[in-house]
Ligand binder design. Structure first.
Ligand code: NI
Length: 174
């Protein structure tokens, strides 16, 4: 198990549509273990394989508060069905540094996915959990939450990010 480097925007690998998982074996289990380690270390509540540079449709999620222990959910080849309602709430992303913004998401969804052995399962997710699933499944399609905010907010973030990256470069070259 290894904590992997998380790619950050504007890395083009975050924009690729991820491929369906077809082989359910030890390699997939290793990938998921690394993804969980990386998510918990960050710390974050969700991570999609493309965020560590692996173009496969795999997501890990754990929205349990830290003091209540861990409840890791692994979604392989997840699909979102029957979106209902709308909620606007604040989102951030491990791949979008130093930013958060309000995003509109479905309030309730049904999710179909496969487990590590390839067995299909489905469940209903609501509110915050539904939001995290939608955010992570977006990653599998090369979509970031900043694609879902207004153009004005987006351009303000782009400006801020340029400044941050410039400062990082300067600090690094000292
Ligand atoms: Ni994200």
């Amino acid at each position: 198990m290894t904590v992997r480097a998380i790619l950050t925007y504007p890395d083009p690998r975050l924009r690729k549509k991820a491929q369906p998982v077809r082989e359910f074996g030890p390699e997939l289990a290793r990938l998921v273990a690394d993804m969980a380690d990386t998510m918990y270390a960050a710390p974050g509540v969700g991570l999609a394989a493309p965020q560590i540079g692996v173009s496969l449709r795999v997501v890990v999620i754990d929205i349990t508060p830290k003091e209540e222990g861990r409840d890791l959910k692994v979604l392989v080849n997840p699909r979102i069905l029957d979106p209902e309602g709308e909620i606007i709430d604040t989102e951030g992303c491990l791949s979008v540094i130093e930013y958060s913004a309000k995003v509109k998401r479905a309030a309730k969804i049904r999710v179909e996915a496969q487990d590590l052995e390839g067995r299909p399962f489905s469940f209903v997710a609501e509110e915050w959990f539904a939001r995290v699933v939608q955010h992570e499944v977006d990653h599998l399609d090369g979509i970031l939450y900043i694609d879902r905010i207004s153009r004005l907010k987006r351009s303000m973030y782009e400006k801020k990010l340029k400044k941050i990256l410039r400062e990082q470069e300067r600090a690094g070259s000292r």
